[in-house]
Design a protein around this ligand. Structure first.
Ligand code: GAL
Length: 649
């Protein structure tokens, strides 16, 4: 396990390099990421490469035993490139070239961009492929599956559709373009989604474009991977992701990469409501689930974020250290803080680093030192340990994308619903993975699969097999609504899952912000909102009924037996406590480990290998928490502190 930083030598006067790197070594930095935005310095004019300055920096790092992760600089093509090859600039939703001057404006499908990418990445790989100091590569930076409308993208999209549908007739039929006279009579009429009002466009077509946009980006990653691999057969390769509106399919993106990396900027103010308290943990669990193995935090919070928004509150004492430890507790093995020192110039000068502008070793720097000491000197025993859980929450890009242009009800968000279940499980102390819907589910006892709105046969088969073999499956509202073409199915919902559920949706009510209540068979009552599936049970038992409105007394939550397994169907979105109480019930006759009296906001996880098992408790609240563990002296956990217990000793 290693702690490192992000460093931008090209942004600093050369006289600072040596001293910076000496300080890095002294404070305990083991890894540094370099160059992911430095194209204009690496190729100042076309075909003229200057790696001398980078060689110098890498040599200084190597001298101190610090490893390097080298970024490919394709996020920021230099201005000369855009000038000479205007097709390299992406186009916006009106077909206009986006304004250059900030980063991320390159088009993945532009022939010039592809050519120049191959050249710069190959040159770098050739030059650094054998370097001992360079241990890993990062492709580009925070890649997005944006919807470019340039000529190259338009042409490629048409080819993509031709390959998929074979004929215009088939495509028209699949999309149902007879609606509003939207039938295509020539391929030239096909254009990427244009304009701001995209929810007026055809949902089947939009879905395809989301898929196409992600695939274009994935190809860009594969192209760079191949260039690196030609010269460097051994170093690991990754890319750093963040979660935003244009996040690509990260399961595909990371498929051929060595490990997943995530940019982790947790909020610096703990929210009052408890809904978001496990939000950091959720993102970390999601990252671990991408390759179902330990991962890297390529950028970690170091100071107050700012720049394109007002400056946030500065991290409270112990947050800079604590959030790194929290990531380790959820499977991170490598964490690089962003950035070594706050920039003096440029758009990002108020996104604060470990060192402030004054270059004084202040409070956060001392905390970072303490982090390096803790991780490198005291937590070494966690090296090689992994997280294995019996509960998984299923994620899917298809569902996430589908809701972006067809929101189902006021306040209903895919991520929020996933987080409610994650939150409930976290409170029980059980470990939870977040994995792709199509993963092999053997080894799990409980699968939570909220909102499988677009149901592929593969997912139906996967979940049916899981239940037949004795698993417990939780399904929810808006499941089985659509087929893979993003068209509605002419069946009772939950469509292909109805036999598993043993009940069907007689009618539904998009509650939005309105409220109803659910009365459980065990006497508990919970408020619900956003959505209400009014269920008619068949073989299923009713666990909860609605308490109000014209469907008062109708089933809201059911339980059914299928094969050796059990299926729960939750037709609505309930208040937070429901998810905790419900998960406790579901876990009852399973071997899922829980912890009694776990304070709300304290996160429990287990890292283990063949011979060791460690329980990690992280306090994600701003209060001291009292921890009671059976057969042990109670102890106090400070805010953002991690406590590790060896379960085998
Ligand atoms: C990340 C990005 C970094 C830096 C950081 C802080 O999203 O990868 O380059 O911009 O945010 O703003």
């Amino acid at each position: 396990m290693k702690i490192g930083v992000n460093y931008y030598p090209e942004q600093w006067d050369k006289v600072l390099w040596k001293n910076d790197i000496t300080q890095m070594a002294e404070v305990g930095v083991k890894v540094v990421r370099l160059a992911e935005f430095a194209w204009s310095r690496l190729e100042p004019t076309e075909g003229v490469y200057d790696f001398g300055w980078l060689d110098e920096v890498i040599a200084l790092l190597e001298e101190k035993g610090i490893e390097v992760i080298l970024g490919t600089p394709t996020n920021c093509p230099p201005l000369w490139l855009y000038e000479k090859y205007p097709d390299a600039v992406m186009c916006d939703e009106y077909g206009n070239k986006v304004t250059i001057g900030i980063r991320g404006h390159r088009c993945y499908n532009s022939p010039s961009m592809i050519k120049k990418t191959k050249q710069i990445v190959s040159k770098m790989a050739e030059h650094y492929g054998k370097s001992k100091a360079v241990v890993s590569w990062q492709i580009d930076n925070e890649l997005e599956a944006y919807h470019c409308t340039c000529e190259a993208c338009t042409e490629k999209f048409r080819t993509w559709l031709k390959l998929k549908y074979g004929s215009l007739e088939q495509m028209n039929k699949t999309y149902g373009t007879a609606m509003w006279s939207g039938e295509y009579s020539d391929w030239s009429q096909v254009k990427p989604p244009m304009g701001k009002q995209q929810h007026w466009l055809n949902p089947g077509f939009l879905m395809d474009h989301y898929r196409f946009a992600s695939e274009s980006m994935e190809q860009f990653v594969r192209l760079q991977t191949a260039c690196i691999r030609e010269f460097d057969k051994t170093s690991s390769i990754t890319t750093n992701m963040y979660l935003g509106n244009m996040t690509p399919d990260f399961y595909n993106t990371f498929q051929d990469l060595s490990y997943a990396s995530y940019d982790n900027y947790p909020v610096t103010v703990i929210p009052d409501g408890k809904e978001e308290i496990y939000s950091h943990a959720f993102h970390l669990d999601l990252t671990r689930g991408i390759k179902r193995k330990n991962f890297c935090i390529m950028e970690e919070l170091s100071g107050a974020p700012g720049c394109w928004m007002p400056i946030c509150r500065t991290p409270k004492p112990n947050m800079v250290k604590g959030y790194a430890l929290q990531a380790i507790a959820r499977g991170a093995d490598l964490i690089l803080h962003f950035r070594w020192r706050s920039a003096m110039k440029g758009a990002e000068m108020f996104w604060h680093g470990i060192l402030d502008h004054n270059n004084v070793q202040g409070r956060r720097y001392q905390e970072f030192r303490s982090l390096c000491e803790t991780v490198h000197d005291q937590l070494g025993f966690l090296e090689g340990t992994v997280i294995k859980n019996k509960v998984a929450l299923l994620f899917s890009h298809e569902q996430d994308n589908a809701f972006k242009f067809q929101q189902q009800a006021q306040g209903f968000h895919y991520y929020s619903q996933l987080k409610l279940f994650h939150n409930g499980v976290m409170r029980t102390g059980a470990g939870i993975d977040i994995i792709n819907m199509t993963e092999d589910l053997s080894g799990y006892e409980v699968i939570i699969a909220p909102t499988i709105y677009i149901a592929s046969q593969k997912v139906v088969d996967n979940l049916t097999l899981f239940v037949e073999n004795g698993g417990k499956l939780i399904l929810t509202n808006r499941t089985g609504v659509k087929d893979e073409t993003n068209a509605c199915v002419m069946e009772n919902l939950p469509g292909p899952f109805a036999p598993l559920v043993g009940a069907y949706v007689e009618e539904y009510d998009a509650l939005g912000d309105s409220k109803n209540i659910v009365q459980m068979r065990n006497g508990n009552c919970y408020t619900c909102s956003q959505w209400a599936d009014i269920l008619q049970e068949d073989t299923a038992q009713v666990l909860g009924v609605y308490g109000e409105d014209f469907y008062k007394g109708k089933a809201a939550i059911t339980q059914n037996t299928y094969g050796k397994g059990t299926i729960y169907y939750i037709g609505t979105i309930l208040e937070r406590d429901f998810y905790y109480d419900f998960m406790m019930e579901v876990f009852r006759d399973t071997t899922v480990e829980r912890m009694e009296d776990l304070p709300d906001g304290v996160e429990r996880s287990i890292r283990e290998d063949l011979n060791h098992r460690y329980m990690l408790l992280f306090n994600n609240t701003s209060h001291i928490q009292k921890i009671n563990i059976v057969d042990q002296e109670p102890f106090e956990l400070q805010p953002f502190d991690l406590h590790v217990i060896d379960l085998r000793s």
